[in-house]
Every structure is written in structure tokens, then in C-alpha cells.
Design a protein around this ligand. Structure first.
Ligand code: WTA
Length: 707
């Protein structure tokens, strides 16, 4: 194994002579190593020596303690590393995780009084970080940037907090945030937290209808947005989308008095922004007038911190609710250990704050640790595929956390060209290798399984074979990392999320809910609770219990499949429910279906996920048209447009498959198993179709597959 490692290391540096190129090609493309997928990749001795968790032994010691005495383990961390105005009551954790014993309840540090914004900013400033860079902001346009120190960030947060108070936002009120990756996004989250308001960030790629749906569900006091944003060469008029959403939500009885709008000058000028007097307020006109200090609203550890809507297996998005104390302790601790965080690190996570990754690992986890964070507004391949590494070099990024889909798309730039000639290949790989990247120390991956060949390219080419990769498995619901490598502690296996974080007990169960041991595969559940767990679905505790705690009573059900190998490493295999994962974005098949059937010419739709080279999964939609309506290219486009308008561009189907009928059982249930096989053209694996109400539809579908 060590020989093999040395081989990889020596191959991964930029080739100086043409002779090396074919070797490099092979390594990058994963070819040379394809037969060795289970090989270990060891951290270097140098890395391990300085690591927070330098050995499997140290990990095991801490892990054991966290499982045997969770209350002691977590309260030790909570009291030594955070500020509490008042200590929690007698019980660190009180929980019922078994539906057979009554309502599901999870509470950590109940009675403890704290504030997460205070812990992110004031506490770190008091500890001497006032002049440390808190945020580096990089604009979509190369050459435009800004930064804030911890004390400057606190001032900005306080000004906004004071403004929000002045318009009547109080503890417990919801605030909808529809902002791109400007510094104002984390500022807004922290300002809400400071005054005890509950932020609900909506990813600024969602359509006006999706935004309206969330506004109607959580009834915010105010909506915060900006006029426009540039992503790559495109300008997106966010304010127009908000305007449409507010019209829509007013129709549903929710009218919004204040729409606070930031002027994102590089994208659109004030004068060109549509405006509704009386409701719309320019951020720049009001916020800077407020004082730069603002008293903290002290809250209970179990008071809500934020709502984040995510997709499930039915059409209606779920408002995942996280509370303050446990989430704070959990995101900070997972950030620290999973990235082996050091004070000198510069950390960049490419995720948007509109998703959970941006909540836990752009805003809260890093800020609680006093980290310097890079926030990038734009597209990762703009103006070209070297942008990420340009940013890494510019800010001397040491920890780089991203999604497999980005890794694969940057890797593909090399792949495609390598088909043409090695010379072009070398030029293309220069997108990475022309930058030094020598500041990098730790890499991270999140959102979907990372395939071994992408893992190896990330490791060998991007990380120069010296940076461990933390492949972090977790979910919106879990608040923070659940299964993740701790860099330096363990040898890694490309594509495996390795072992559980402290305090987490993953179990693999069969379809009857029986735990299976050793080398096995099945449904991934979690036993016991951890501080970062979500506490409910907003306004629907019933759905919370039904979705997560009823399928396998006694456990939290993740919705993922997982296998464990002979060495105990965990391998996530993807969703086992009707959720698909497109470029790391969770999308419910039912959401896409209900968007499609809202089209007047669509009678029925069934959506399945299909393997996609770059996005992980693509969206494949079978569509039955209203009787008498002919198929046409125009109609195909209009169906896709309907989905874009109702959900967002990221949910647009990759393929519309015309379906005169859908395979159904005699009781009328769509047989998705068969649709998945047709979608992936595994036509010899259709299985038994004789139980279908009309077996003939299968042949019809196959005949229309490529029309
Ligand atoms: C998937 C994102 C494999 C998984 C943090 C999960 C992963 C869903 C990984 C949650 C990973 C996330 N390896 N699969 N490292 N990370 N997933 O809520 O299917 O947007 O259930 O949270 O993403 O997506 P969510």
C-alpha cells in the first residue's frame, strides 16, 4: 500500500516532460487505479503529527467516551468553549426517540441561556480576534473584492439588528432572506440570531413560486433581498422574483410590509430596479444610520434559530427547524475536528448559504471557531475553469470544501480534451496546475457520494497528493457532519465517508428494521440523538414523526442507503426514497411531477433520477399529454420552462420522455422500478411486468425512448 501511495504522489506533480503525461493521464482518469478501489490512502506523517486527532487510537478514545457518556462529553465541550449567560438545568439532554413511547422530543442544554451571534463575534473579539479577517468577499468579476475584520463584521451585524428591531422584528419572528453570496447574507443571518429572530434563507435560485410558498408557510415580518446578482456572464434580477413572490403570497393572505433591498451595484443600479414605494426600502439608505452596537437578545438553548426548507418525498417542502444551543455546539465542534481547524487557516466553502452547508459551514461553524472565511459570489468556472484555484492562491486558502459535482465538472475539462490529444490535455489541466495551490492543507466534499475517480483527481491533482479529503456525510436535518473522516486520524479509502463523528451511532438496518452487523448493506439509521439534530418540521410535528421516526421505530431514518465494508468503513449509496440528488441539490420527484402536471397540456407525469456524469443524478421525466395533444419540441420546452418557473432552474428536467401511458399496478400505483430501468436503458433488467394493469405500455415506452 505504501509503495502504491508513493507511486501516486510522484505521479501527481505537474509533468515536466512529455513522457510523464500518459502516466499522469492514467492517474487522473482513475484508470491506473480502477482495480484498486479499496486501497487505503494514508495521511503523511507530517500531517498526522500536527493534527488535532493524530491517530485512530485517539479517535477511538474520544469516540468511546462520547457514546458511553454523551452528556458528559458534550457538556464538557459546551461549557469550556462557549459563553452561556446561564448554565443549563440538570439535564444536558432529554429525549424520546421512540414513537411507541409517545411524541418524539429532543432537547439539549435546555434552560441554558446563550446567543449564537454573541458566541460567533463578541466572544471571539474579547479573545483577541478583533482585527482578524472574518470574511474575504470575492466578486463574480475578477479583481473586485472586499473584506471585514471580526470587529467590522460585528458593527455591520449590529446596524442591521438595530434596523430590524426598529421595524418591529422581535424574538421568535420569522425573517425570509433571499440573497446571493454577498457578505450581507451571513451578516443578515447573524443579525437575526442576535435579536432572536428566526431566519429562513431561501436559495436565490428558487423561483418566485417556491419563494412565495415559503413566505406563506412561515409568515415573515420582513423579506430581505438585493436587486440583482451576476453569476458568470448572466445577470439575475432577484428583486423581480421577490416582487412576483410577494404578489403571489398576498393572494394567499400574507402581505409583507417591508422588503429590504440591498443595491448590488456591480450587477444592477438603483435607477434600473423596479420599486414599490412604501414597501421597498434600500438597505444602503437605512442600515448604516443605525448604531454599531446592539444588545444581545439572550435566548434559551431550545429557542429556534432558523428554518430551512428542504425537499422530501411529497410535493410540499419541509421546514426543518433547528434550535440554538445544540446546533451551536455541534456545528463548531464538527467544523473544528473534521477540517482539523487551526487559527491560521483560511477556509473556503463553495456552498451557498441558501443550503444547509452554507448555514453550518459558511456562517456558524467557522465563525464560532474564529475562522477567516472566503465568500465567493459567482460561478466556479467564470471566467474560466481556473477560477477556483485563482481564488485559492489569491487568499492562500488552506481548507477547501466543495461538492463532487464541481470536482467532476472541472475534471471533465481535462477528460474531454485528453481525447483530442495529450498536448491539449496538458493545456486544459493547466486550469489547475498553472496555479500553485500550495496553501491547501485539507480538502472537503459534501452533498452526494464522491466516486473514486473524482476523489483521486481531487486528491492527486488539486491537493497535490498531500491534502486529506474529508468526505462529510450529513443532511439538512442533522445540522452537522455525521459520518466523516478526521484528517490525519485514519487512512482513507477513496469514496468512503469512513467513520461516525463523536457522539453519532450510525446503524444499518434491513427492511424489517433489524440492525445488521459487520460487512453489510441496508438502510442507514441513527441510534440516539446528537446536539445538532433538528427538533421538528415547522408546523407539522406529525410529518416529522412519520417521515423520520416511524419507518424504523426506535431510530432516526436518514433516507439513505449505506454499506459497511470489512474494515468498518461506511459507503453511502444514495437515497432510497423519492428524493433525487442533482449536483448536490435535493429535489423531490413529487415536486417536479406536480410542477409538470400544472401545465395545461400535461395529463400525468412520473419523474425518476438517472445517473449523470457530472451532476451525479439527472432528472428524467415521463410525461403523458392530455388526449389529442401532439408531441412537439415546443411543448417539451414549455414543460421544462414550467418546472423552472415553479421550482427553479436547478430542477429543470434533463429529459422528457413522451409516454402514451405509464406502467401501473392494477391498483393504479406507478411502478417506478420499471421507469428507472427504462430511463437508464437497462432494458434487459425490467423484471416481471406481468402484474401491470397494461403490460403493453412498457413496449410503447421503449419504442419512444429516443424520440
Ligand atoms: C446526500 C447536504 C454521500 C445524502 C449536507 C443525504 C451525501 C443528502 C453526502 C442530504 C456524502 C450528503 N456522501 N451522500 N458525503 N453528503 N449526501 O439535506 O443522500 O441537502 O441524505 O444536506 O445528500 O442533502 P442535504
Amino acid at each position: 500500500t505504501t509503495n502504491h501511495l508513493r507511486h501516486v504522489e510522484s505521479m501527481a506533480s505537474l509533468p515536466s516532460g512529455a513522457g510523464k503525461i500518459s502516466h499522469l493521464n492514467a492517474v487522473i482518469l482513475g484508470e491506473a487505479l480502477a482495480s484498486e478501489e479499496n486501497d487505503f490512502v494514508f495521511p503523511s506523517d507530517d500531517f498526522s503529527r500536527q493534527a488535532l486527532i493524530p491517530s485512530p487510537h485517539k479517535y477511538l478514545e474520544m469516540y468511546k467516551r462520547s457514546i458511553e457518556d454523551p452528556a458528559g462529553f458534550w457538556s464538557g465541550i459546551a461549557s469550556s468553549e462557549f459563553y452561556w449567560k446561564q448554565k443549563w438545568g440538570d439535564q444536558v439532554c432529554s429525549e424520546n426517540l421512540d414513537v411507541r413511547k409517545g411524541d418524539i422530543k429532543i432537547e439539549w442544554f435546555k434552560g441554558g441561556i446563550t446567543n449564537i451571534c454573541y458566541n460567533c463575534l463578541d466572544r471571539n473579539i474579547d479573545a483577541g480576534l478583533a482585527d482578524k479577517i472574518a470574511l474575504y468577499w470575492e466578486s463574480n468579476e475578477p479583481g473586485f473584492d472586499a473584506h471585514l475584520t471580526y470587529s467590522q463584521l460585528l458593527h455591520r451585524v449590529c446596524q442591521l439588528a438595530n434596523y430590524l428591531k426598529s421595524i418591529g422584528v422581535r424574538k421568535g419572528d420569522a425573517v425570509i432572506v433571499y440573497l446571493p453570496m454577498l457578505m450581507e447574507l451571513p451578516i443578515t443571518m447573524l443579525a437575526c440570531a442576535r435579536i432572536g429572530a428566526v431566519h429562513s434563507v431561501v436559495f436565490a435560485g428558487f423561483s418566485s413560486e417556491s419563494l412565495a410558498q415559503r413566505i406563506v408557510d412561515c409568515k415573515p415580518k420582513v423579506v430581505i433581498t438585493c436587486n440583482a446578482v451576476k453569476r458568470g456572464p448572466k445577470t439575475i434580477h432577484l428583486k423581480d422574483i421577490v416582487d412576483a413572490a410577494l404578489v403571489e403570497s398576498a393572494k394567499n393572505g400574507i402581505s409583507i410590509d417591508v422588503c429590504l433591498t440591498y443595491e448590488n451595484q456591480s450587477a444592477l443600479k438603483k435607477e434600473s430596479t423596479k420599486w414599490q414605494e412604501g414597501r421597498d426600502v434600500w438597505w444602503e439608505d437605512v442600515v448604516p444610520k443605525y448604531p454599531t452596537t446592539c444588545d444581545v437578545e439572550w435566548v434559551d438553548a431550545e429557542d429556534p434559530l432558523f428554518l430551512l426548507y428542504t425537499s422530501g418525498s411529497t410535493g410540499k417542502p419541509k421546514g426543518v427547524l433547528h434550535t440554538t444551543g445544540g446546533y451551536m455546539v455541534y456545528t463548531a465542534t464538527t467544523f473544528k475536528y473534521a477540517f482539523d481547524y487551526k487559527e491560521s487557516d483560511v477556509y473556503w466553502c463553495t456552498a451557498d448559504c441558501g443550503w444547509i452547508t452554507g448555514h453550518s459551514y459558511v456562517t456558524y461553524g467557522p465563525k464560532l471557531n474564529g475562522a477567516t472565511v472566503v465568500v465567493y459570489e459567482g460561478a466556479p468556472n467564470y471566467p474560466d475553469s481556473g477560477r477556483c484555484w485563482d481564488i485559492v492562491d489569491k487568499y492562500k486558502v488552506t481548507i477547501f470544501y466543495t461538492a463532487p459535482t464541481l470536482v467532476r465538472s472541472l475534471m471533465r475539462d481535462g477528460d474531454e480534451a485528453s481525447c483530442i490529444s495529450n498536448l491539449v490535455y496538458t493545456l486544459k489541466s493547466l486550469y489547475v496546475t498553472r496555479y500553485s495551490r500550495k496553501s491547501l492543507r485539507v480538502l472537503g466534499s459534501v452533498g452526494e457520494p464522491i466516486n473514486p475517480s473524482a476523489w483521486r483527481w481531487f486528491f492527486n491533482v488539486v491537493g497535490g497528493s498531500r491534502c486529506p479529503i474529508s468526505d462529510t456525510w450529513w443532511q439538512t436535518e442533522t445540522g452537522g457532519f455525521m459520518i466523516t473522516p478526521l484528517p490525519g486520524a485514519w487512512p482513507q479509502k477513496p469514496g468512503s465517508a469512513t467513520f461516525p463523528f463523536f457522539g453519532v451511532q450510525p446503524v444499518i438496518v434491513d427492511e424489517k428494521g433489524t440492525e445488521i452487523d459487520g460487512e453489510c448493506s441496508g438502510y442507514l439509521c441513527v441510534k440516539g440523538s446528537w446536539p445538532g439534530a433538528f427538533r421538528t418540521l415547522y408546523g407539522d410535528h406529525e410529518r416529522y414523526e412519520t417521515t423520520y421516526f416511524r419507518p424504523f421505530p426506535g431510530y432516526y431514518f436518514t433516507g439513505d442507503g449505506c454499506s459497511r465494508d470489512k474494515d468498518g468503513y461506511h459507503w453511502l449509496t444514495g437515497r432510497v426514497d423519492d428524493v433525487i440528488n442533482v449536483s448536490g441539490h435535493r429535489i423531490g420527484t413529487a415536486e417536479v411531477e406536480s410542477a409538470l402536471v400544472s401545465h395545461p397540456q400535461c395529463a400525468e407525469a412520473a419523474v425518476v433520477g438517472v445517473e449523470h456524469e457530472v451532476k451525479g443524478q439527472g432528472i428524467y421525466a415521463f410525461v403523458t399529454l392530455v388526449e389529442g395533444v401532439p408531441y412537439s419540441e415546443e411543448l417539451r420546452k414549455s414543460l421544462i420552462l414550467t418546472v423552472r418557473n415553479q421550482i427553479g432552474a436547478f430542477a429543470a428536467p434533463d429529459k422528457i420522455h413522451w409516454a402514451p401511458g405509464l406502467p401501473k399496478t392494477r391498483s393504479g400505483k406507478i411502478m417506478r422500478r420499471i421507469l428507472r430501468k427504462i430511463a437508464s436503458r437497462q432494458l434487459d433488467e425490467l423484471g416481471d411486468v406481468s402484474t401491470l394493469a397494461e403490460p403493453g405500455v412498457v413496449d410503447q415506452l421503449i419504442a419512444l425512448a429516443d424520440s
